[in-house]
Design a protein around this ligand. Structure first.
Ligand code: HAM
Length: 419
C-alpha cells in the first residue's frame, strides 16, 4: 500500500496556511531592507565536510542528525543550517570585495535535521537568518543582529520575547575554562548520564545543555564561563549588553547557555517567549569560522529564527495578523456566451489592477451567488444572457441589494467610482 503522507517530521504547507507564511516572508524582507541586509540563497545540498568542519564533528547535528548521501564521488548533505554555507559562499565569491564590509546578508528557506520527533522539532523546518561579516568584532554588530531577529518577532506581534545571552569566550580564555570544567566533573562521573560522560571528553561545554535531572543538579555548582572570561571578552560582552539596554531589548544573563554548534566565540544567545519550552531563535558570534574554512580572519555574528516555531506561537496565542483583503468584485455569469465574455472581462480588471474573483467553473446561478456571499465582496457583477446580448452588465451592491445595469465598456470606470 502507498503511504500517503510525507516522511516523519516533514509537513505540507497547505494553501490555508500560506497567508501566514507570506506575512512572515514579507516582514522579514521589510526588516532586512530597512537594516540593509542583502538576500542570499545557497544550495539546499552542500558537500558534507562544509558542515563537519564548521558545526563540529562532536555535535549532535553532525553525529546524529545530518541527511548525508553519496552522489558519484561526492559525499553530500541536506543543509542542517546555513551559517556554514554563507561562510563558504563569502570566501568563494569574495563577498567582502564585491559588497564592501560589513557584509550584511539574510536568507530564508528549508533546513533538514534528523531529530527525534517532538513538539517544535521537525526534520524539515524553515529558518530566517541574518549574518554580518566584518573587519572588527565590534559589539554593535552583535546588537544589530539581535535587534533584527527581535524586530521580526515583534512585527509578528509575539510580545514578551527575551534574549537569553551569554559569552563563551575566545580561543584565549576558553581552554582555561574547559580545564576548570573538566576538573569539576572529574570525580562526578558516576553522577552524570552516559551522554555527558562522553561529552566530558569530546566536547565538555555541551554538558551544560543536558536535560537529564541529575546533570542539571550537577550544573548548579559548576564553574560558569562569564566568571572566567579574559579582559577582552568581558569588555566585548559588556558592550553588547549596554547596546541592548540602549534600545530596550530585554535580556537575561544565561551563564550556562552553550549552543549546539561548535563555531561560536564570545556572544551566544537564544530567544524565548513565555509558555513555550523551545527557543524561537538562536545565534552568536563566530570570529574564527571564516579562517577555519580557508578564508582571511573575518569576525562575524548571526542569528536564525525557526519559522514553524514562530507559527506555533502565533496559532496558540491566536494572534491575528492582517489577512488578504477581500476581493472588491465578484463576477457571476449565466450561460456559455456570458462565460466567454467573462474570461475577457477578468483580463480587463487585471489590467486595471482591480481585484476580482470569478467562478467560471460553476454554472448554477445559486451556487455562484452562495460563492459570492462566502467571498464577502461588496460588489457583484452579473452577466446574464440578456446582458451578454445587449453588451451590458448588472452591478449589484451586495449589502443593500441595490443594482443597476451599465454598458459593459464602462464597467471598469463604474467600479472605480464605487470603491
Ligand atoms: P540553531 O539554534 O540550531 O542555530 O537554530 C536556530 C533556530 O532554528 C532555533 O532556535 C529554532 O527556532 C529553529 N530550529 C532548529 N532546529 C529545528 C527543528 N528541528 N525544528 C524546528 N525548528 C528548528 C542555527 O541554525 C545557527 N545557524 C544560527 C546562527 C546563525 N548562528 C549564527 N548565525
Amino acid at each position: 500500500m502507498l503511504v500517503l503522507r510525507p516522511p516523519k517530521g516533514m509537513h505540507d504547507i497547505l494553501p490555508t496556511s500560506q497567508p501566514i507564511w507570506d506575512k512572515i516572508r514579507k516582514i522579514t524582507k521589510d526588516i532586512a531592507d530597512f537594516y540593509r541586509f542583502l538576500r542570499i540563497d545557497t544550495p539546499i545540498v552542500e558537500r558534507s565536510d562544509i558542515f563537519e568542519i564548521s558545526v563540529g564533528e562532536a555535535t549532535d547535528i553532525v553525529e546524529k542528525q545530518m541527511y548525508t548521501f553519496r552522489s558519484g564521488n561526492d559525499r553530500l548533505t541536506l543543509r542542517p543550517e546555513n551559517t556554514a554555507s554563507i561562510v563558504r559562499a563569502h570566501i568563494q565569491h569574495g563577498l567582502g570585495y564585491q559588497l564592501g564590509y560589513p557584509v550584511k546578508l539574510y536568507y530564508q528557506g528549508p533546513f533538514f535535521r534528523h531529530e527525534r520527533s517532538q513538539s517544535g522539532r521537525y526534520r524539515q523546518f524553515h529558518q530566517i537568518g541574518f549574518e554580518i561579516l566584518s573587519f572588527e568584532n565590534d559589539p554593535v554588530y552583535d546588537a544589530q543582529i539581535i535587534i533584527a531577529g527581535y524586530r521580526i518577532l515583534e512585527g509578528l506581534k509575539i510580545k514578551d520575547c527575551i534574549i537569553n545571552i551569554n559569552s563563551i569566550g575566545c580561543k584565549e580564555c576558553r581552554p582555561g575554562f574547559i580545564r576548570k570544567l573538566k576538573t569539576y566533573y572529574k570525580d562526578k562521573h558516576r553522577k552524570m548520564c552516559s551522554d555527558c560522560r562522553r561529552r566530558w571528553s569530546s566536547n565538555p561545554l555541551r554538558v551544560f545543555d543536558c536535560k537529564e535531572e541529575k546533570c542539571i543538579v550537577l550544573k548548579k555548582s559548576a564553574p560558569n564561563i562569564i566568571d572566567n572570561l579574559c579582559t577582552d571578552c568581558k569588555k566585548h560582552f559588556q558592550g553588547v549588553l549596554e547596546l541592548l539596554e540602549d534600545v530596550a531589548i530585554p535580556y537575561v544573563l544565561a551563564p550556562y547557555l552553550v549552543r549546539g554548534l561548535d563555531y561560536y566565540t564570545k556572544t551566544v544567545f537564544e530567544i524565548t517567549t513565555e509558555g513555550f519550552d523551545f527557543s524561537l531563535g538562536g545565534g552568536g558570534r563566530y570570529d574564527d569560522l571564516v579562517k577555519l574554512m580557508g578564508g582571511k580572519e573575518t569576525p562575524a555574528v548571526g542569528v536564525a529564527l525557526g519559522v514553524e516555531r514562530i507559527i506555533e506561537v502565533i496559532m496558540k496565542r491566536e494572534i491575528r495578523l492582517t489577512q488578504r483583503p477581500r476581493p472588491r468584485v465578484f463576477l457571476i455569469h449565466i450561460g456559455m456566451a456570458a462565460k466567454h465574455k467573462s474570461l475577457a472581462l477578468v483580463e480587463k480588471f487585471r489590467k486595471a489592477n482591480i481585484d476580482i474573483i470569478e467562478s467560471l467553473g460553476k454554472e448554477s446561478l445559486n451556487t455562484q451567488i452562495k460563492a459570492a456571499d462566502k467571498a464577502g465582496s461588496p460588489l457583484a457583477l452579473i452577466l446574464g444572457q440578456k446582458e451578454t446580448y445587449e453588451d451590458t452588465i448588472i452591478v449589484r451592491d451586495m449589502k443593500s441589494g441595490a443594482q443597476e445595469t451599465v454598458p459593459l465598456a464602462k464597467v471598469i470606470s463604474v467600479i472605480k467610482k464605487k470603491s
